[in-house]
Design a protein around this ligand. Sequence first.
Ligand code: BJW
Length: 257
Amino acid sequence: MSPGPPDEEVLERAAAGIGGARRVVVLTGAGVSAESGVPTFRGPDGLWKSHRPEELATPGAFARDPRLVWEWYQWRRDLVGGCAPNPGHRAIARLQAGRPDTVLVTQNVDGLHAMAARETGAEGARILELHGSLFRVRCARCPWRAGRREAVDATSEASLPRCPECGALVRPDVVWFGEGLDREVLEGAFHAGREADVCVVVGTSAVVQPAASIPLATLEGGGVLIEVNPERTPLSPLAMATIRAGAGEVLPCLLRA
Ligand code: BJW
């Protein structure tokens, strides 16, 4: 159901909060890419509508059926490969170009924020990808990792890519349930959260930890939250402003300041 046009007064208050902030951190989730045609995870048309997360996004799932897991990831790589940043990604990139101390923390693995930053001349923008990237792979056994955009042939287990160092199976370089996040990236994200006086939370259901706790670090540091999401989330009651609209529709106006 469409939430209708955003409340002008709330939008103005939120824009003023961002405009007056010393430091801003932006936390994004799958919703920011929805208007680019990338499905979210948990919505009615979400990526997990027909598969349970533990069937696909866990190390156990990969150990049990690497072909099925790769088939799902290759389908997503193909889908995302045909998508482009939307006005929401571009608005965040423009904010970072204009205010280079703004840190963007994303749970997304689609690379659309980095693409928007390149298009907007914000190449130096600090983008912390908490959950990895669809377009990187790593060895399931040893530390080898690399960028990889070519298609993975998931027609049989024998056709799956193997590590050039140790011969074990190669897997997507993303963070699955039960796996730790990269320590440096995570520390950077929490530091940015604590230092910010405004945390703009966009398009995340805010149920997956530890990402969902980054806005809490802003609150603990005395800052405020601004949420952009057509639906209510566990963070909504904590936000000084909640804007019930799509990211692509509202961010260009909200981040103009
Ligand atoms: C729009 C819109 C529009 C629509 N505009 N908005 C503490 C308590 C309980 C459990 C745990 C805990 N700490 C750790 C855990 C376990 C677990 C966890 O969080 N479980 C919960 C689900 C209960 N976390 C982990 O295992 C993490 N590891 C970890 O903590 O290691 C240490 C440890 C391990 C074990 C136990 C304890 C500690 C790792 C989490 C990795 C998550 N990985 C995934 C898959 C990545 C790879 C891939 O893409 O395949 O990351 S899961 C999936 O969820 C993906 C996403 O990044 C993540 C978040 O989803 P997101 O972005 O919020 O998407 P949706 O679909 O949920 O929401 C979309 C939103 O957009 C909705 O709100 C819409 O309304 C909105 N929207 N259109 C704006 N146009």
